[in-house]
Design a protein around this ligand. Structure first.
Ligand SMILES: Cc1cc2nc3c(=O)[nH]c(=O)nc-3n(C[C@H](O)[C@H](O)[C@H](O)COP(=O)(O)OP(=O)(O)OC[C@H]3O[C@@H](n4cnc5c(N)ncnc54)[C@H](O)[C@@H]3O)c2cc1C
Length: 289
């Protein structure tokens, strides 16, 4: 197996163009498992850990640009105040060792329906920046996933970064697993409130062939909050409304039975987690008022 180790982004893109079957490796927390279990034997690995740009984050036209190689630990520590939903999800990933190595770029690269970064990225309408020697393109994260472990990433492309708005309001992430830590989600929910735009963003994980939004639930709740004047009054969120939101989030899912959980359990827990998450977020908004 060849090991390609470019030191610049331009060289990395050139290497991917020349060796489209080379497997990029960032933190290696997915790739190394596949190699160790002999599930994959690529002709080459393309090491991305020497590319400085991938490990950077910064402002980009009013958005926060997070390099594909920024590990979860740094998202939590350096961006948690501006990206609370992504930081909260990052805290649930694996263990400290996995969070030190694992990256959002790698989570997107694997494109697992259970990836914990995906729901918060969907809830705030993030954009994925892809690059190749042919140029750069930006894809809304809702269009990035095309199936289980499949995405729009072309064989000669690499993920450069993800772009997100700084949170305009409270964000929440909830996940159930078969135990408390070091666990892949049985299912997960992210919620992002934007009181200025009067919108609610959602993302659901591990409950459909791809991570997805629950747009009907988003529109329903935003409309109800608007017509009841709750965005202005910041009165308590009625339980009936939170419950109806939860039911709509579950209705957006199309889960399967698998080793981690049954479809019926996933639907039930999505509805409960969505109801709780939106109530927590709403209560945070009331406290901030
Ligand atoms: C013990 C353990 C616990 C885990 N727990 C969780 C968990 O709780 N939640 C969760 O979501 N995941 C979990 N994972 C999976 C993994 O840690 C995450 O998916 C992580 O985000 C992968 O990031 P990485 O940098 O290590 O990716 P890598 O393993 O380096 O790469 C993953 C995939 O992305 C591709 N890739 C990486 N970078 C790029 C790039 N810049 N451009 C194009 N393709 C790229 C690789 O080719 C590969 O296909 C766990 C893994 C382990 C081993």
């Amino acid at each position: 197996m060849d090991f390609l180790s470019p030191a610049t982004w331009a060289d990395a893109l050139a290497a991917k163009a020349e060796h489209p079957d080379a497997v990029p490796i960032a933190g290696g927390t997915d790739v190394m498992v596949e190699l160790n279990f002999d599930r994959r034997r690529p002709p080459a690995l393309l090491d991305l850990t020497r590319i400085p740009e991938l490990a950077e984050h910064g402002a980009d036209n009013g958005l926060i640009r997070v390099g594909a190689g920024v590990p979860y630990t740094r998202i939590i520590g350096e961006l948690g105040d501006r990206l609370p939903g992504l930081a909260q999800a990052s805290r649930t990933v694996g263990s400290p060792q996995i969070r030190n190595r694992g990256t959002v770029g790698g989570n997107l690269g694997s494109a697992s329906p259970a990836g914990d970064a995906h729901p918060p990225l969907l809830a705030c309408d993030a954009t994925v920046e892809l690059a190749s020697v042919r140029g750069t393109r930006r894809v809304p994260v809702g269009e990035f996933f095309t199936g289980p472990k499949r995405s729009v990433l072309a064989p000669d492309e690499l993920i450069a970064a993800v772009l997100l708005p700084a949170a305009e309001g409270p964000q929440q992430f909830a996940k159930v697993g078969t135990r408390n830590a070091m666990v892949i989600a049985v299912c997960s929910v992210a919620v992002a409130l934007d009181p200025r735009a009067k919108t609610i963003g959602t993302g659901i994980g591990s409950a459909a062939p791809t991570p997805r939004r629950a747009t009907d639930a988003e529109e329903f709740l935003a409309g109800e909050l608007d017509s009841a004047g709750l965005w202005e009054s910041r009165d308590e969120l009625p339980d009936t409304l939170a419950q109806a939101f939860g039911e709509r989030v579950a209705a957006a899912a199309s889960p399967i039975d698998d080793v981690r959980g049954s479809a019926a359990y996933r639907l039930h827990s999505l509805s409960v987690m969505a109801r709780r998450s939106v109530t927590w977020a709403w209560n945070d908004l009331r406290k901030a008022a």
